[in-house]
Design a protein around this ligand. Structure first.
Ligand code: ATP
Ligand code: LTN
Length: 332
C-alpha cells in the first residue's frame, strides 16, 4: 500500500465551524481520488483553528466531526492516513523552525491574514500572522508532492514553496517543493447572499452558506433565497455572479455541462432552476450525511482512526525532523 515510489498528497481542513459545500466541492470531495495512486495524508488542523478564538467543547466536537466527514466523503481509513494535527507535535516544532525562515514582509502580504484581521480586529494574534508557516510545516513534513485545496489557498501554497526552496538553498536538498492541485470547476463556491464573496464557514449569515449537514428543507430554502439578478435567464456569465455560482453547484452535483444546463432551463424561470439546484445538492449530500450519522455515533472507532493515523503520520514526520535538526545544527 505505502511505498517509496508513490507520490504524496497532503491536505487539511480546520475544525473551526460547520463545513460548507464550498469545503466539500472545493476540497474534501476531491480527496478520495488520490487514495489509490498516492500516499495520502488528510489532517484535521486544530492548531490552525485556534488562531481564531474557539469554544473548547465545540472545537473538540468539530474535530471528531471533521474526521467523520472525511470518511463519509469516501476516505477509507485503511488506505489514507487520517489524523489530527495536534496529535503529532512535529507540526508545531517544524512550524516554529519555519517561522525563522519566513519573512515578515511575506506574511504581511497574505490576503487571508488581511481578511481575518479585519474580521477579528479584537484578536489579531501572532498565530494568525504566522499561520502560513505552520501550514508550510504541515505540507513539508511529509515530502508532499501535491496539495488539493480551493483557490483561496493558492497564495499560502506559493509561500510554502518559497520557504521550501529557501531552506533547500541554505542547507541543501531537504524538502520536496509541493504543487497545488486546484480543481478548476469548483475552485471557489460563492456566498448565496453575496455572490462576489467566497462561501465561508465562518460567515455569520447562515442563509448565505449551505452546510454539508443541512437538512433537505434548509438546503431547498437557502437556494430558493439565493441572490440572482433581474434578467431571468439561466446563463453562465461573469456579469451574472449569482446565477453562475448556482450553475457551478448544479454542475458539480449532476455532472451536466453549462451548455446542457442552459438548454435545460431555457425559457423557464429562476424558481424552477433554484429548486433543481436544491434537489441536486440535497441528493448529492444525502449519502454523505447518512454515512456521517453512522460514523459520528461511534466515537471509539473515530478515536482508533485518529490514534492509528497519528502513529503513521508521526513515523514520517520523525524522519523529516531528524534530517532538519541535523541540517540546522541542533545537537542530536
Ligand atoms: P473559514 O471560513 O474559517 O476561513 P473556510 O471555510 O475557508 O474557513 P478552511 O478550513 O479554511 O475553510 O478550508 C478547507 C478547505 O476548503 C481549503 O482547501 C479551502 O481552500 C477550501 N474551501 C473553503 N471555502 C471554499 C469555497 N467557498 N470554495 C471552494 N473551496 C473552498
Ligand atoms: N490553510 C488551510 C487549511 C490548511 C491546509 C494545510 C490545507 C492547514 N494546513 C495544509 C492544505 C495543506 C485553509 O485555511 N483552508
Amino acid at each position: 500500500m505505502e511505498n517509496e515510489i508513490k507520490k504524496t498528497v497532503f491536505s487539511g481542513v480546520q475544525p473551526s465551524g460547520n463545513l460548507t459545500i464550498g469545503n466539500y466541492l472545493g476540497a474534501i470531495k476531491n480527496f478520495p481520488r488520490f487514495s489509490e495512486e498516492y500516499n495520502t495524508f488528510f489532517c484535521v488542523v486544530d492548531l490552525h483553528a485556534i488562531t481564531v478564538r474557539q469554544v473548547p467543547a465545540e472545537l473538540r466536537r468539530r474535530t471528531y466531526e471533521t474526521l467523520a466527514l472525511y470518511m463519509a466523503a469516501g476516505l477509507d481509513a485503511t488506505k489514507n492516513t487520517l489524523f489530527v494535527q495536534s496529535h503529532v507535535p512535529a507540526h508545531a516544532e517544524l512550524g516554529w523552525i519555519l517561522d525563522c525562515y519566513t519573512m515578515f514582509g511575506e506574511l504581511s502580504r497574505m490576503t487571508q491574514f488581511k481578511d481575518k484581521s479585519a474580521k477579528n480586529a479584537e484578536n489579531i494574534n501572532a498565530g494568525l500572522f504566522t499561520y502560513p508557516a505552520l501550514m508550510a510545516a504541515d505540507i513539508l513534513l511529509y515530502k508532499t508532492d501535491l496539495v488539493p485545496v480551493g483557490v483561496d489557498q493558492k497564495q499560502h501554497l506559493e509561500l510554502a514553496r518559497d520557504v521550501a526552496m529557501r531552506f533547500n538553498q541554505v542547507y541543501g536538498e531537504t524538502f520536496t517543493v509541493p504543487e497545488p492541485f486546484i480543481s478548476e470547476d469548483t475552485m471557489k463556491i460563492m456566498s448565496l447572499a453575496e455572490p462576489t464573496a467566497k462561501m465561508s464557514k465562518s460567515d455569520p449569515n447562515q442563509n448565505a452558506v449551505v452546510y454539508i449537514l443541512d437538512t433537505k428543507d434548509d438546503i431547498m430554502r437557502k437556494f430558493k433565497r439565493a441572490v440572482t439578478d433581474s434578467d431571468c435567464t439561466v446563463r453562465y456569465s461573469p456579469d451574472k455572479a449569482g446565477v453562475s455560482n448556482l450553475m457551478t453547484v448544479y454542475r458539480a452535483f449532476t455532472g451536466k455541462s453549462f451548455e446542457e444546463i442552459e438548454r435545460e432551463f431555457d425559457g423557464r424561470g429562476y424558481g424552477d432552476f433554484k429548486a433543481a439546484v436544491g434537489e441536486a445538492c440535497a441528493d448529492g449530500l444525502a449519502p454523505v450525511r447518512a454515512e456521517f450519522d453512522r460514523l459520528i455515533a461511534d466515537k471509539a472507532y473515530l478515536e482508533t482512526v485518529m490514534r492509528e493515523g497519528a502513529e503513521r503520520a508521526a513515523y514520517h514526520a520523525r524522519k523529516t525532523m531528524s534530517k532538519v535538526r541535523r541540517k540546522i545544527g541542533f545537537v542530536n
